[in-house]
Design a protein around this ligand. Structure first.
Ligand code: ADA
Length: 578
């Protein structure tokens, strides 16, 4: 399942999950040798979706790899090939013909093939997960950069007229009423003009019927505007959701929406007009056995573990997470911070001058917003993490990215995470500021007090006096099982103490509106023996998780839970830290 609900009842769709033929192309000769037509006879097999690095003998391969599968059609049909996520560069071939290229990793792309004859067809994909100076992420990055087809590939059978997109925009006009605008984009694959009946449904009740006329191979857009009443707001403790469905002739599409407002005032974040304090964790969608191809089944448990510790929010560090996860957040009323993988701690300011880098960032951001627009759980679109926001280059990039986000979706807050809070020149450009600060780990002790005071003054000077501030990262490593009588670096005790002290400090600062602990679970680091980076990562993991990589709790989980749930008792470190 891509989503937690059925998206199509009329449109036939099938996931091409399973074992595909697979071969590495270490010398990058496949295209020159025409592997798209002549797939090497000596090949392996690889599950789809999956990351190749999780299979034996393929752990640290970065580079080009080819996949092949066959699709058998009983009847001639129009097809849509939908790739939910392929890491890096992807070239897609259908019976040897190049359908197109996509660069990305965590967002979907598709191809439409009209009038495909019955029979057996060959689908070949060339992927390349190589990181360079203009990829997202940059080639030095603090997580394991897996390769492969990480999310399902779907084939959909399209009728002559199909629904290309369904978009619902709304403005809340009262406690339970909204002005709603539904935009439906239709496309025709037919050689002659056509008329199709359209029906729009709210929770299975029709609210609009009309006909659409399409020229031969043409497209059209239907816009329906209505006032809806009797609506319940999507609240964290009562996350009411509404299904919205469009039927156009023989095609249909369902999506889901929740009605809520999000805004900021006097450094506070307001959900449905009420101030909300955010208690969260950073989550990589990663697991040592599955890499980025995180199974749906584990997401349910993951979210239970997160909500049981008193979290009302998750930061999707550092890339667009799967739609299934976002659906679960919508259903549980958990707020989400969504971002693209501009992870800048290791790159020079000049790296963002490269127009290809900027273009890739804009496309990825655009695709993420396009895909996830309806999720009520998403409050923040975050445009970059830890780039050199002291520089003019970062300022210019921030202008471009914030313009893009605001033009695509003015209904949410535009955010970023800074690692240079004291010298940041971009503070005034955003709706929300995130601070990543590793006092007590990479440097010094947990002494944020003075720094925060000076930072708040800087915000006043840079036009961000009223902008909410979130602590988007803080923490330290604790190796699960390493506990003792004293809080030594890398022990569970040190990590727990550091987080406890940090949280108490942040929570006592009225100018901070929330905290995201770094991080929910231990994650594989980019550590490879031939590379010089991150050599302080014990076990080749980033060990700052509240739970280990198999989601087993550390002491820090219980400490943070006690603080987030305002519990007193054995897990309250209380005055021993002062
Ligand atoms: C940064 C970064 C994280 C992680 C963290 C750490 O703040 O954003 O991805 O690398 O540091 O563990 O050092």
């Amino acid at each position: 399942m891509i989503r937690t609900f059925q998206q199509h009842r009329l449109r036939k769709s099938q996931l091409l999950d399973g074992l595909w033929d697979f071969v590495f192309d270490k010398e990058n000769i496949g295209q020159a040798e025409g592997w798209q037509n002549n797939f090497p006879s000596e090949h392996d097999q690889m599950p789809v979706p999956a990351c190749w690095n999780n299979e034996l003998g393929k752990f640290d391969y970065e580079g080009v790899a080819w996949y092949r599968t066959r699709v058998t059609l009983d009847d001639s049909t129009h097809l849509r090939l939908l790739f939910h996520a392929v890491m890096g560069h992807a070239d897609v071939y259908w019976n040897g013909e190049h359908l197109g290229y996509h660069y990305g990793g965590f967002t979907p792309f598709d191809f439409t093939l009209p009038n495909v004859p019955a029979g057996v067809h060959e689908l070949v994909i060339r992927t390349d997960n190589t990181l360079t100076t203009n990829t997202l992420p940059y080639h030095i990055v603090d997580w394991f950069h897996y390769g492969g087809i990480i999310r399902p590939v779907e084939i959909q059978h399209l009728p002559d007229v199909w629904i290309e997109s369904l978009r619902l925009n709304y403005t809340l006009t009262g406690e339970s009423s909204a002005d709603v605008q539904v935009r439906l984009k239709l496309r025709s694959l037919c050689d002659t003009p056509l008329e199709v009946p359209i029906s729009l449904y709210r929770d299975d009740e029709i609210f609009q019927n009309e006909n659409a006329y399409l020229e031969a191979k043409g497209s059209t857009e239907i816009v329906a505007e209505q006032t809806w009443s009797d609506l319940s707001r999507w609240e964290t403790d009562n996350p009411t959701l509404y299904m919205i469905r469009a039927v156009a002739g023989d095609d249909d599409r369902t999506d889901r929406i929740g009605f809520r407002t999000v805004e900021t005032r006097d450094k506070k974040i307001l959900l449905n007009g009420k101030e909300i304090y955010l208690q969260g964790v950073n989550r990589h969608e990663e697991h040592p056995e599955w890499g980025f191809a995180f199974p749906n089944k584990l997401m349910t448990k993951e979210l239970d573990i997160i909500t049981q510790m008193g979290c009302n929010t998750v930061r999707g560090s550092h890339y667009p997470q799967s739609e299934y996860w976002l659906d679960l957040l919508d259903e549980k009323g958990v707020l989400f911070w969504s971002e693209i993988p501009i992870w800048g701690a290791a790159f020079p300011a000049s790296a963002t001058d490269d127009p290809l880098f900027v273009e890739r960032a804009q496309i990825m951001m655009d695709e993420m917003i396009e895909r996830d627009f309806h999720h009520p759980s998403i409050l923040f679109w975050s445009v970059h993490n830890e780039i050199d926001t002291r520089s003019q280059q970062a300022y210019d990039l921030s202008i471009k990215m914030t313009h893009l986000v605001r033009s695509k979706d003015p209904s949410r807050l535009v955010a970023f995470a800074t690692m240079h809070p004291m010298n940041d020149i971009c503070l005034g450009l955003f709706d929300v500021i995130g601070i990543n600060y590793y006092g007590g780990w990479y440097f010094g002790h947990v002494e944020f007090d003075e720094m925060l005071e000076a930072f708040h003054k800087r915000c006043d000077e840079y036009g961000a006096a009223d902008t909410p501030v979130l602590m988007t990262e803080f923490g330290g490593a604790g190796i699960q099982g390493d506990s003792g009588w004293e809080p030594r670096l890398f022990s569970e005790d040190y990590q727990a103490e550091l987080l406890s002290k940090s949280l108490k400090l942040f929570r006592s600062d009225v100018k901070i509106s929330g905290t995201y602990v770094w991080q929910f679970a231990d994650t594989r680091g980019q550590l490879q023996s031939h590379l010089p980076h991150f050599r302080d990562r014990a076990r080749s993991f980033n060990n700052k998780g509240l739970v280990n990589e198999y989601r087993k709790p550390k002491l820090a989980y219980r400490i943070v839970k006690a603080i987030y749930k305002n519990q007193q008792g054995p897990y309250d470190w209380g005055s021993t830290l002062d």
